[in-house]
Design a protein around this ligand. Structure first.
Ligand SMILES: NC(=O)c1ccc[n+]([C@@H]2O[C@H](COP(=O)([O-])OP(=O)(O)OC[C@H]3O[C@@H](n4cnc5c(N)ncnc54)[C@H](OP(=O)(O)O)[C@@H]3O)[C@@H](O)[C@H]2O)c1
Length: 226
């Protein structure tokens, strides 16, 4: 039977790169996002998903269930990031980060359990160095990614009898559309490229099933961007 993967945030940036790579590697991919993508492949299902809405997450899983009762790979990737000082961040901006980056993964995992395959399902979460390390002017992003890490640490223990593989990725800055609204202060040349990211991602996915990478931090060789 073909392997099935779920990817959140498949319309842009890393999620789109991951989707392309997985379908080319023989996976059937159920991608979720609000805006969708022009990318087409016979093994790609471009499904509408607003990760902040429980109703939308439930409908996403209902669509997947029509095609497959189980998932070999889950890529928890959708996320937002905006820059502003604590004083300039509005309550609704802060809440939007928590809704997308923390509550979104909670809703995803809350409804994922029936699709797990004991001893097999691999859950890869695209966190960020910002889940471990504080950066100035991204307090909402920092708080939401630290929160997501807490969720994952608890979940790993709750689901330990399933003997799944969990991989938490903590990349530094990557040159994707996420940075388009952040101004020109940050040099794109000092960021990882999407293909650098995919080198690490494909290495993790292709590793033998007896091997797991619980946490991987990786950066551009020149270090952090602040
Ligand atoms: N780029 C970096 O420097 C970097 C570094 C470390 C970690 N990361 C993490 O990597 C992940 C992907 O980021 P990226 O750089 O690829 O950014 P991106 O190009 O902006 O893509 C973000 C994706 O998330 C989706 N998304 C946002 N809100 C959503 C919602 N409410 N429901 C469903 N999907 C939603 C977007 O789709 P729609 O807008 O169509 O819904 C889009 O597909 C994020 O979690 C980010 O925090 C990025």
């Amino acid at each position: 039977m073909e392997k099935c993967a779920l990817v959140t945030g498949s319309s842009s940036g890393l999620g789109l790169e991951i989707t392309r790579y997985l379908v080319e590697s023989g996976y059937t991919v159920f991608g979720g996002s609000r805006s969708g993508t022009d990318f087409e492949h016979e093994n790609f299902y471009d499904v509408e998903l607003d990760i902040t809405s429980e109703e939308s997450v439930e409908e996403f899983f209902e669509t997947i269930r029509e095609f497959s009762p189980q998932l070999d790979l889950v890529v928890n990737n959708a996320g937002i990031c905006e820059m502003s000082s604590v004083a300039e961040t509005t309550l609704s901006q802060f809440e939007a980060h928590l809704a997308t980056n923390t509550i979104g993964p909670f809703l995803l995992f809350k409804h994922l359990e029936p699709f797990l395959i004991k001893d097999t399902t691999h859950i890869i979460s695209i966190l960020s160095t910002a889940a471990h390390y504080g950066y100035p002017n991204v307090s909402a992003y920092n708080a939401s990614k630290f929160g997501q890490l807490g969720l994952l640490e608890s979940l790993k223990k709750e689901w330990k009898d399933y003997k799944l593989r969990f991989t938490n990725l903590f990349p530094g800055a990557i040159n994707t559309p996420l940075w388009d609204k952040m101004g020109s202060r940050f040099s794109r040349e000092k960021m990882l490229s999407p293909s650098d990211f995919m080198n690490v991602f494909s290495f993790v996915v292709e590793a033998p099933p007896t091997l797991q990478f619980p946490e991987l931090t990786f950066l551009h060789k020149d270090g952090f961007i602040e």
